[in-house]
Design a protein around this ligand. Structure first.
Ligand SMILES: *Cc1c(COP(=O)(O)O)cnc(C)c1O
Length: 523
C-alpha cells in the first residue's frame, strides 16, 4: 500500500492489515478505500466529450494555463468509491445509535415519500406566493401542531438547527428586554447545560453565569433565586435535563425568573421525553427550540439540513422573526417583509434568507399526522420506557451518579463502576465499536465523571435492547475481570484504530497534497 502515503496512516498500521496481513490491505469484503486523488488518473474520464471545434476564448487573463488537475475515474470506479465510503458510514439505518441527547430515532420512509412529492420537492423559494399556497398551509399546519404540543403563542419555523433556534429565541429575549428600555447583561446557565447554551448567550454579548447542580442532578430554585437580579435577562434551562432527569422545580424556577423581570429559555432538545405529557407553556417557558431532527424523526444529516423551530410565549410572541405565518380569515398568510406587518408585530429581524427547511417541515408534519396525538404521546412513553429498560438491565453492574431512580428518555451512568480496572469511559466506548455498537454520548454532561449517556429511543425493539444490554454487561464484566488490554487495544475491527483525536483537532490536514513528482523525489 504505497498509495495512501500522505496524511493518513499507511496500511501496515491499520486494522485492515494487522491481523492477517492481506496482500490488498482489504479485510474480507470490507475494501480499503484510498482518496479519490490517490486513485484518480489524468488520462481517464467517466464521460466522453467531443473535442470542441474552433473557438475564440473570451476569458482573457482568466484563462487557465495549467491542466485542471482533477482526478479522473471511469463511471464504475466513481460509483465504487462512493459506495465503499458509504459502507464505512454508521447510521441509524445500520444499527442502534444510543447517543444521549441526540435522539437518533428511526426516520420513517413515509416521511421521505411525502417530501419527494413533486408538488413539494420541486418548489422554489422565489416562486410567487400565489403558486405555493399549499406549502404555506403546510407550514401553518406544522406550526399549529407545535403550538398545540407546547401550549405556546407563536412559532418561528425558520431556524435551521437547535443551536440556531437557541440564537433565535435569545434574540427575541434580547429584543424584549430592549423594548422595555432595559439593559440586562447576564444569562444564567446550569452547569449541566449543552455547550450551545452558553455559546449562544456569549455570541449575543451576554455574560454567562453558571448555576451549580444540586446533589440530585437537578437545578435548585434557591440557587437560581440567589443569582437573579435586575441584571439578568434570562435563564437557559434544559428540561428534561441532560442528566436524563425531569427538573421538578421548573414551575417554581419560572416564577422566580419572571418575578425578577427575566425570561425563561428552555432548551427543547429533549422534547421527545414529554410530548403529549407536559406543555412547556404551562410550565412557564417563554421560548424553546424544537429539534425536528430529534423529536420529530427528520434525518440528522452530516451537517445537513436540520430544522430548529422556536416556540414563543405571549411575552415574546410579538418579537418572532420574519418570515412568519399569520392566520387570516381567508387562510394562512406568509408575512415576509416589514411592509406587511400588522399592529403589535415587532419582529427582531430575520434568521435566514428564505423560509427555512421546507423538506424537513414536510417530514416532521408527516410524522405528526401519521402518529396522531395519541401516537406522539405513546412514542414519548415508549422512549422513556426503553431508557428505563436499559437502566434496569444495567443498574447492578453500572453506576448511576444520582442514585438508583427512574430516568426520562435517556439514562446516565458515570465511570465509578470502572474504578480500579484501568479502563476509562473512552476505552469502554471503543470496545463497544468492536461489538458493532456506536458508542453512547461520552463525557457529557460535564457534571458527571466519565459520563455515559444512553438514549435508545422508542424505535428499538425489545430484542434489540436485550442484545445491547447483554453486550454492555459482558463488557462491564470483562473490564472488572481485568481484561484491560482488550479495552486499550479497541477498536480492533473498525476501519481505523484509535486516532490521535487531539492532534486531529489541533493540526487538521484538510487538503490533500500530491506526493513529490518522480524526478524531484529522486534528486
Ligand atoms: C442537540 C442539542 C442541541 C443543539 O441542537 P443542534 O440541532 O445540534 O444544533 C442543544 N442542546 C441540547 C441539549 C442538544 O441535545
Amino acid at each position: 500500500m504505497t498509495m495512501n502515503s500522505v496524511g493518513r496512516p499507511t496500511a501496515p498500521e491499520t486494522a485492515a492489515a494487522a491481523p492477517i496481513g492481506t496482500f490488498t490491505g482489504n479485510r474480507g469484503l470490507a475494501v480499503e478505500e484510498p482518496l479519490l486523488f490517490e486513485i484518480g488518473r489524468h488520462d481517464v474520464t467517466g464521460v466522453d466529450l467531443d473535442e470542441p471545434g474552433r473557438f475564440a476564448p473570451r476569458l482573457g487573463a482568466h484563462m487557465r494555463r495549467a491542466p485542471i488537475d482533477l482526478p479522473g475515474l471511469s463511471e464504475p470506479e466513481a460509483v465504487r468509491h462512493y459506495v465503499r465510503l458509504s459502507q464505512k458510514n454508521y447510521a441509524i439505518d445500520s444499527g442502534l445509535y444510543p447517543l444521549g441527547s441526540c435522539t437518533m430515532k428511526h426516520n420513517p420512509r413515509l416521511n421521505e415519500k411525502m417530501a419527494r412529492l413533486p408538488g413539494i420537492a420541486d418548489i422554489h423559494p422565489l416562486q410567487p406566493l400565489s403558486t405555493v399556497s399549499g406549502a404555506v398551509e403546510l407550514m401553518a399546519e406544522l406550526g399549529r401542531w407545535l403550538l398545540e404540543m407546547t401550549g405556546m403563542r407563536a412559532v418561528a419555523l425558520s431556524p435551521k438547527a437547535g443551536a440556531h433556534g437557541e440564537l433565535c429565541g435569545m434574540m427575541a429575549i434580547k429584543a424584549a428586554v430592549e423594548a422595555r428600555g432595559e439593559a440586562r447583561p447576564i444569562v444564567l446557565v446550569p452547569e449541566s447545560a449543552h455547550g450551545t447554551n452558553p455559546a449562544t448567550a456569549a455570541l449575543l454579548g451576554f455574560r454567562v453565569v453558571p448555576v451549580p447542580a444540586r446533589a440530585d442532578g437537578t437545578v435548585d430554585p434557591e440557587a437560581v433565586r440567589k443569582l437573579l437580579s435586575p441584571q439578568v435577562a434570562a435563564i437557559m434551562l434544559t428540561n428534561p435535563n441532560t442528566c436524563g432527569l425531569f427538573e421538578r422545580d421548573v414551575v417554581e424556577i419560572a416564577r422566580a425568573v419572571h418575578e425578577a423581570g427575566a425570561y425563561f429559555y428552555c432548551d427543547g432538545a429533549n422534547f421527545n421525553a414529554i410530548v403529549g405529557k407536559a406543555k412547556v407553556g404551562e410550565l412557564g417557558v417563554d421560548a424553546m427550540h424544537i429539534n425536528l431532527h430529534k423529536t420529530f424523526s427528520t434525518p440528522h444529516g452530516g451537517g445537513g439540513p436540520g430544522a430548529g423551530p422556536v416556540v414563543l410565549s405571549h411575552r415574546l410572541a410579538a418579537f418572532a422573526p420574519l418570515p412568519f405565518v399569520r392566520m387570516e380569515a381567508e387562510g394562512p398568510r406568509l408575512v415576509e417583509s416589514e411592509a406587511e406587518l400588522a399592529e403589535g408585530e415587532t419582529p427582531f429581524g430575520r434568521m435566514v434568507a428564505f423560509h427555512g427547511q421546507m423538506g424537513m417541515y414536510v417530514r416532521a408534519l408527516a410524522y405528526m399526522l401519521s402518529h396522531g396525538a395519541d401516537g406522539l404521546k405513546q412514542a414519548s412513553e415508549d422512549a422513556v420506557l426503553n431508557a428505563n429498560y436499559v437502566r434496569a438491565g444495567l443498574r447492578d453492574l453500572f453506576s448511576q451518579p444520582f442514585g438508583d431512580r427512574p430516568c426520562m428518555h435517556e439514562v446516565l451512568f458515570d465511570d465509578s463502576f470502572l474504578d480500579g480496572t484501568g479502563v476509562t469511559t473512552l476505552d469502554f466506548a471503543k470496545a463497544m465499536i468492536d461489538e458493532g455498537y456506536h458508542p453512547m454520548t461520552m463525557y457529557f454532561p460535564l457534571v458527571v465523571h466519565g459520563a455515559m449517556l444512553i438514549e435508545p429511543t422508542e424505535s428499538e425493539s425489545k430484542a434489540s435492547l436485550d442484545l445491547f444490554v447483554a453486550t454492555l454487561r459482558d463488557l462491564a464484566m470483562r473490564a472488572r475481570a481485568g481484561e484491560t488490554d482488550r479495552f486499550k487495544a479497541a477498536p480492533r475491527y473498525a476501519p481505523r484504530r484509535r486516532l490521535d483525536e487531539t492532534r486531529a483537532a489541533r493540526t487538521p490536514k484538510l487538503k490533500w497534497e500530491p506526493p513529490a513528482p518522480f524526478e524531484q523525489a529522486a534528486e
